[in-house]
Write a protein that binds this ligand. Structure first.
Ligand code: PHE
Length: 346
């Protein structure tokens, strides 16, 4: 191996490498080229291996040429990297472009369950008359659910409430929110204006109009000189707020052991306006709640002197009110958690 041969090998390598860099198809080809020419096991290193055979004075010359070749190839690689890298980046940006003007996917918003929404609406109306919300327990004892409400054991009125009993020392699932009256009386002194929303339970065969779980809202007002007229006036205001300003109402005689007198409160049928349709059993009226003047015996059980104070109470089924507001006909829809139903209330 002589100087001339080595020099011409180096120049040939330079020519080939610079050409290859200029014509490479992509940056991956450039990296391969870089390794195969300038790498540790590359062609340049291979050529320089012959340097040992040269006379000592020729070696620096070859070294200088080899340096030139390395720099030339590096420069060619760098120039091609810039060119190809830019094109590849541009192609990738074009391929992965995101259209920021595309409308987003709709996000489904939650909504209140129609029973909760209706119970809140009821509470909102009564709040305007100073009624405060209280809550009683779902597990009650016989004394509070029945006896203090003037319903002794074995009283035939117990048939009004088909009761679910627990295996716990005579306790039961409350059959109505009325035991809350007793709890409020034990806690507060008159004047009392309480509203008691809550879940109730009865032993029922479930169908479109019966459920074993349902919601009630109980109302209780106790003060000096509270009368039936106050009750009627308040319930009229409620009916107007819920079902429209001119909605006609009426009291009918009713029976509950814990109120005397007791009434059923009707509104003119919201479907036929009194024309008598199937929705109102052809009576023209719909009963929306039970009410009455709190029985003196119940006031006394509540620790309140019936000689000084009078009160009224009312209790309504929230499902019934929701049905009338939203024209739902099957109670089971409230328990089925079907979003097609639940999403329909905003
Ligand atoms: N608790 C009665 C029921 O569930 C409703 C009611 C409440 C009636 C308050 C009168 C007074 O049927």
């Amino acid at each position: 191996m002589d100087l001339a041969q080595l020099t011409s090998d180096l120049q040939a390598l330079r020519g080939r490498a610079v050409d290859a860099a200029a014509t490479a198809a992509d940056t991956a080809a450039l990296e391969e080229l870089d390794i195969s020419v300038l790498g540790k096991k590359g062609e340049l290193t291979a050529v320089l291996r012959g340097i040992g055979a040269l006379p000592a004075e020729d070696r620096p010359k070859v070294g200088a040429i080899a340096n030139d070749v390395r720099m030339a190839v590096e420069a060619a690689l760098a120039a091609s990297r810039t060119r190809l890298g830019g094109a590849e980046m541009a192609a990738r940006l074009a391929a992965e472009a995101v259209d920021v003007t595309t409308p987003g996917r709709p996000v489904r918003r939650g909504s209140l369950h129609p029973i909760v929404e209706t119970a809140r609406e009821i509470a909102r109306v009564f709040a305007q008359f100073g009624f405060q919300v209280y809550e009683g327990p779902e597990i009650e004892d016989d004394v509070t659910n029945f006896q203090m409400l003037n319903i002794p054991p074995d009283h035939p009125a117990r048939d009004l409430w088909d009761t679910l009993y627990l295996d716990l020392d005579g306790r039961l699932l409350r059959t109505h929110t009325s035991p809350g009256q007793i709890r409020v009386m034990h806690k507060e002194q008159p004047p009392i204006r309480a509203l008691l929303p809550g879940r109730c339970f009865r032993y029922e065969a479930v169908d479109a109009s019966h459920a074993s779980e349902f919601f009630q809202v109980e109302g209780l007002m106790i003060d000096e000189g509270t009368s039936m007229a106050d009750l009627k006036g308040l319930l009229d205001q409620f009916a107007h707020a819920m079902f429209g300003e001119g909605r006609a109402t009426r009291f009918r005689p009713g029976y509950y052991p814990f109120t005397e007198p007791s009434v059923a409160f009707d509104i003119l049928c919201v479907i036929c306006n009194g024309e008598k349709c199937p929705a109102c059993s052809r009576t023209g009226w719909m009963t929306i709640l039970g009410a009455g003047m709190v029985h003196p015996v119940v006031l006394r059980y509540g620790g309140i002197d019936p000689e000084r104070y009078q009160g009224f109470a009312f209790g309504m089924g929230v499902e019934r009110i929701a049905n009338l507001r939203h024209h739902v006909i099957d109670l089971r829809a409230y328990m089925e958690d079907d979003l097609r139903f639940l999403g329909g209330f905003r």
